[in-house]
Design a protein around this ligand. Structure first.
Ligand code: G3H
Length: 478
């Protein structure tokens, strides 16, 4: 039926033989807005076969040609920003402006990846044997970086386009083929993005996009013997994927509980602005969102007042109207957030605003005087709800940060750079931002989570390297 978006395999748009589809519910209207194919395991097998075959030829395609195609795809992606952004608005309720930004950022990422790829993959190493004890200068070792094979990319709902291309572009420039399993919310945006790669003229089978239910094809994809690498961003499903996956490189980014540590000498206006940006943009549905504020007691009242004054100015409503706070992705997500709020209420947190919810729309909420026995002190709401914990010492703040099972990013606000450096060293997170909210970008910066926040490091350069393996040839002289 014409209403169901086709999946992409072997360079063509196809209907699934399953005859089934998956509905995509618009978070704002809570009605089915789009439908995508529910691909079968048999169809996944075919995609994998095609990906394996296409990769062999692609690996032999000159690097500069691979880069050229990626530049073309990037330009097409930017040209098509409007229809793709429209999908993001309808599928994941991303504010219209941010949706456009996501697509432009994605085009830039693809171009940068092509540039970076030709540089770093255009170089290898040359080693000589006589530096190791007992050896004469009789062996010359030449190394290069070669592709892994088939890369499986699984991005999350919050950046269905950007976190897809951040896996696709490094995989392709490095000579891999790519199978994309988009999130259900965001699948249509992802299909539109894949269409841009299609228009750029990549070889058949090199890129595929299979849609469907996780319960039907999730494990089948991640445990598929043809897959040589998995790059996943999302929730704790990643932990079970890493337990089931075979002996293949994994890149995982699984959320966080990013702390914002505020010292007594901090510029509180700067902190408040960053708490708003970091805690509430895209309604807190970012893995790098500020998810707990740890503020020194002596400046807490003043900071809370400043943040409160900014929270009331946030606009709340539909993404089409570019509101700051839009409905969260699903009803189950809204229920989960509400559960955290109610737990905090019961245990005596101070509500800086009245709690308000209509459907999936939750009004921004700052919770003061949160204590460690409250769930919200540790769990990530992935919503516009931010806890503030008052601390008596910097050590207390560092201790709270490090007691978390997450370790994605964190931030510290102080005018004392020496203190900031010491705190950064003490925080067990992949990145610490000094005097700014956590963020993944710029997209060539390394991006990694410690502990349950993931494994491997992303960012353009690291992703390209991660999607290659080292091959050596040793010349033995007589
Ligand atoms: O949601 C996880 C993303 O990797 C965060 O990216 O910091 O650009 O919002 P962002």
């Amino acid at each position: 039926d014409g209403d169901v978006f086709k999946y992409y395999a072997d360079g063509e748009w196809k209907k699934s033989n399953s005859g089934k589809s998956v509905p995509i519910v618009n978070p704002t209207t809570r009605r089915t807005h789009y439908k995508v194919q529910a691909c079968s395991q048999e169809e996944v097998n075919k995609v994998m076969e095609a990906a394996k075959a296409a990769q062999k030829l692609w690996a032999k395609t000159p690097l500069w040609k691979r880069a050229e195609l990626l530049h073309k795809a990037a330009a097409i992606l930017k040209e098509h920003k409007a229809p793709i952004a429209e999908c993001l608005v309808k599928e994941i309720a991303k504010p219209a402006k941010d949706a456009v930004t996501e697509v432009i950022r994605s085009g830039d990422l693809v171009s940068y990846c092509a540039e970076e790829g030709v540089r770093i993959l255009g170089e290898g190493k040359f080693l000589v044997s006589d530096s190791f004890p007992g050896n004469e200068r009789t062996k010359y070792c030449l190394t290069s970086k070669i592709p892994l094979g088939v890369v499986l990319a699984i991005p999350p709902f919050n950046y269905p386009v950007n976190l897809a291309v951040s896996k696709i572009a490094p995989a392709l420039i490095a000579g891999n083929s790519l199978v994309l399993k988009p999130p259900t919310q965001g699948a249509v945006a992802a299909l539109h993005m894949v269409h841009c790669f299609h228009l750029a003229g990549f070889p058949k089978g090199l890129i595929s996009c299979v849609t469907g239910k996780g319960s039907e094809i999730g494990d089948f994809l991640t445990m598929h013997p043809a897959v040589n690498c998995i790059s996943f961003t999302g929730g704790d499903t990643g932990i079970s994927i890493s337990k089931k996956a075979g002996m293949i490189p994994l890149q995982m980014e699984l959320g966080g509980k990013d702390a914002c540590i505020v010292l007594e000498d901090a510029d509180l206006d700067l902190v408040a602005a960053n708490i708003i940006k970091g805690g509430f943009s895209y309604s807190g549905q970012r893995c790098t969102a500020v998810k707990v504020v740890l503020v020194m007691e002596s400046v807490a009242d003043s900071l809370v007042e400043k943040v409160k004054a900014k929270v009331v100015k946030l606009t709340v409503g539909p993404p089409e109207e570019n509101c700051d706070i839009t409905p969260v992705v699903s009803e189950s997500s809204a229920n989960f957030i509400e559960g955290l709020v109610m737990d905090a209420k019961q245990k005596g947190a101070t509500f800086c605003q009245e709690y308000r919810r209509e459907g999936n729309l939750i009004w921004p909420l700052l919770l003061d005087n949160v204590r460690p026995d409250m769930r919200i002190a540790w769990e990530e709401p992935f919503g516009p709800v931010l806890p503030v914990i008052r601390i008596g010492s910097v050590e207390e703040g560092i201790h709270h940060c490090n007691a978390s099972n997450f370790g994605l990013q964190g931030c510290v606000f102080t005018k004392d750079i020496n203190k900031a450096m010491l705190i950064s060293d003490a925080m067990e997170t992949g990145t610490v931002q000094i005097n700014s909210a956590p963020a993944r970008g710029p997209d060539h910066f390394p991006f990694q989570g410690f502990k349950d926040s993931g494994i491997g490091s992303q960012g353009i350069t690291n992703s390209i390297n991660m999607m290659t393996k080292v091959k050596s040839t040793v010349i033995n002289l007589p």
